[in-house]
Design a protein around this ligand. Structure first.
Ligand code: ZN
Length: 279
């Protein structure tokens, strides 16, 4: 009996040790394009274990995805960044705000009087989450050498009549020699504005704008970015026809490797100070 109890204690102790070990950051930057159907949800876990969530897709499938990639004992989102309040970006964040601790919430201030915006704002109030209205001056500098350089919107407040997609927060993630550009759902008008403003958007990795829609990824923008890898978040057989074959062809012609959640499922990129690999 005593041996059985000792064995039981050993199992409990080793499971506990495993969970503690699993929660330790591994000194590398991880970018997860989560497998959430039609929408965007991207988790960035930095070398010191800071968790940054960019969008939450529609529905609540993000909760399962976060459960799969976040360590059991580290389920805090340090920074949540909503690119723009369309359903396929905002809805999952309402579930996250109600079930996971969020330290800071970045949004662009675009408001629409609908149940999703009201639902998010009421969760933010209820859980007392600080809001940062993010324009291009609100960069995030972390002590492990990771920088989130906010590039767009150029100025706030927004013109509330602008199409929501074109108000999306755009940011560059920089770590060591690698740069990754996240573009929400911006379309050709905002892409032209960013190109015309001469913003440095060179990046190795590109989260393709608006799920690979034909109204985004204009050639002058891609010429400036010169990506090596294009990441597309889209639902399998989605009704919008995302990603559009013309956009895929633009990337293929440039020799860019394309990774798609509708084909590959969840995508993980692991970044060291000098290199990156895709899983
Ligand atoms: Zn979208």
């Amino acid at each position: 009996m005593r041996e059985k109890f000792a064995a039981f204690l050993l199992i409990v102790a080793s499971s506990f040790a495993y969970f503690i070990w699993e929660a330790q950051p591994d000194g590398l930057l991880h970018i997860y394009i989560l497998n959430v159907g039609q929408g965007d949800a991207i988790l960035i876990r930095t070398p010191n274990g800071t968790n940054i969530l960019n969008d939450g897709s529609a529905g609540s499938s993000i909760m399962q995805e976060l459960g799969a990639v976040l360590p059991y004992f580290d389920r805090t989102i340090d920074y949540a960044i909503l690119s723009h309040p369309d359903r396929d970006h905002i809805e999952g964040l309402i579930h996250v705000a109600r079930r996971v601790k969020i330290e800071k919430f970045y949004m662009n201030g675009a408001v629409r009087d609908n149940f999703l915006v009201r639902g998010l704002l009421s969760a933010i109030r209820e859980y007392d989450i600080p809001i940062i209205l993010a324009d291009d001056s609100k960069d995030i500098l972390l002590d492990d050498g990771v920088k989130l350089d906010l590039l767009y919107p150029f100025k706030l407040p927004l013109n509330q009549k602008d199409a929501l997609n074109n108000t999306s927060i755009v940011f560059m993630l920089e770590y060591g020699e690698t740069r990754a550009l996240f573009t929400g759902d911006i379309e050709k008008e905002t892409e032209s504005e960013i190109v015309a403003a001469g913003v440095d958007i060179r990046a190795d990795i590109l989260k393709v704008a608006h799920h690979g829609s034909r109204s985004s990824s204009i050639q002058p923008m891609l010429d400036k970015i010169q990506p090596k890898i294009a990441l597309i978040s889209a639902g399998r057989d989605n009704k919008f026809g995302h990603p559009h074959p013309e956009v895929l062809e633009r990337f293929t012609k440039m020799g860019v490797a394309i990774h798609r959640t509708d084909i590959n499922g969840r995508i993980e990129i692991i970044v060291s100070p000098t290199d990156y690999t895709i899983k």
